[in-house]
Design a protein around this ligand. Structure first.
Ligand SMILES: Cc1cc2nc3c(=O)[nH]c(=O)nc-3n(C[C@H](O)[C@H](O)[C@H](O)COP(=O)(O)O)c2cc1C
Length: 364
């Protein structure tokens, strides 16, 4: 048996193999209620059924006025627990560990949902000037993250993942370029990590030792050394798992030449070296071929691999990695990236839809 098919301990839970479904939002599968529909249940169950070891449910907002779109999954009220419980139960039925990514858009909040607010007033994308949160607002949102995690636990999830990368609120606090605060939430590394660390400690206290707390963290913000220092803070605060991706940038990095994998995977491999076994570290980006997944695990470059598009294109991708079965490959066309209704118009899904009666058709 190859190493990717061996169990790994994350917190106090055992994940049966090293394949994780990375979070992928589906903005038009719910409405402004943020309630999970049956379509979500089936989508996640399909990936669990085909052997994915850990499922991370997509960016789920902790408060309506932090949403990226008027229709984004939510965990901001108790009424949403029941729908999430169906997702958790469906994944557990097939032996997967399932966590949910908790999220706030910060500066990237959709204008129809709330103000573009974050750590500081800065010039942001599209020349927008953002608003600075007061300390009271920071504490309120911190508590809303913790309350969302409590709801996630009530729904039966095994844990949560803090969305602390990709330029959203927690990442904005971490990034010295867009966090210009002079109070205890800005300045040195410890202060910039404080918002996330207070959330981590609050969740640990409320949800206990058996609840996984993962951070989807930055691999370079703006340097790998600074990203390591932030991750050290998260580990000290009590995270069980680091899943490494990209941040706001621009990154100040000289990548090694001729890498066989993407620079974002490289960040993860460097993070793993730095973390040195304190918690498992996952890598992501462009891992579309089963052999690349094996390579990263067998060369001890990563503890787990996160897959987004390969598993969107074909829910059976985990089985293909574990058992060598056939699969429909993501074409890396990037149509699914950043379109308002992603992941629409995936040609791989369209191909599968013609032959596989169980295929969920994103193109509808
Ligand atoms: C359709 C789509 C939706 C995504 N939604 C999220 C999300 O909810 N949260 C997140 O952290 N990343 C999100 N991402 C980024 C992916 O999790 C992943 O980091 C990225 O696609 C690179 O991995 P891949 O090459 O395996 O696709 C999304 C990506 C895609 C394509």
């Amino acid at each position: 048996m190859r190493k990717i098919n061996t169990p790994i301990q994350i917190g106090t839970k055992t994940v049966k193999n090293r394949i994780t479904f990375a979070p992928t939002v589906k903005f038009d599968w719910t409405d402004s209620s943020g309630m999970p529909t049956e379509r979500f249940v089936r989508h996640y169950e399909d990936r669990a059924k085909a052997g994915t070891g850990l499922i991370c449910v997509e960016a789920t907002c902790v408060i309506p006025d932090g949403r990226l779109a008027p229709s984004q999954l939510g965990l901001w009220e108790d009424a949403q627990i029941e729908g999430h419980a169906k997702i958790a139960e469906a994944c557990h039925k097939h032996g997967a560990v399932v966590i949910v990514q908790i999220h706030h858009g910060g500066y990237n909040t959709h204008p129809a949902c709330g103000p573009s607010k974050g750590p500081s007033a800065v010039e942001w994308r599209e020349h927008k000037i953002t608003q600075e949160m007061t300390k009271e607002e920071i504490i309120k949102i911190r508590d809303q993250f913790i309350e969302a995690a409590i709801r996630a636990q009530k729904a039966g999830y095994d844990g949560v993942q803090l969305h602390a990368c990709h330029s959203y609120l927690i990442n904005q606090f971490v990034c010295p370029r867009v966090n210009l605060r002079t109070d205890e939430y800005g300045g040195n590394t410890k202060n910039r990590a404080r918002f996330a660390c207070e959330i981590i400690r609050g969740i640990r206290q409320a949800c206990g030792r058996d609840f996984i707390i993962s951070a989807r963290t930055v691999g370079a913000e703006p340097t790998v050394e600074e990203a390591w220092a932030i991750a050290d803070e998260y580990i000290e605060a009590g995270v069980d798992y680091l899943q490494v991706s990209s941040g706001i940038g621009p990154e100040e990095i000289n990548y090694p030449e001729g890498l066989p994998y993407s620079h974002i995977v490289w960040y993860g491999t460097k993070m793993r070296e730095h973390v040195n076994g304190r918690v498992p570290v996952s890598v992501v980006h462009n891992i579309l071929e089963p052999e690349m997944a094996h390579y990263l695990i067998e060369n001890n470059l990563a503890d787990t691999i996160d897959s987004a598009r390969a598993l969107l294109a074909d829910p059976n991708w985990a089985r293909a990695v574990l058992e060598g079965t056939g699969f429909v490959k993501c074409r890396s066309c990037k149509i699914c990236f950043w379109s308002p209704f992603m992941p629409h118009k995936c040609p791989a899904v369209a191909e599968r839809f013609n032959t596989d009666p169980d295929c969920v058709d994103y193109n509808k």
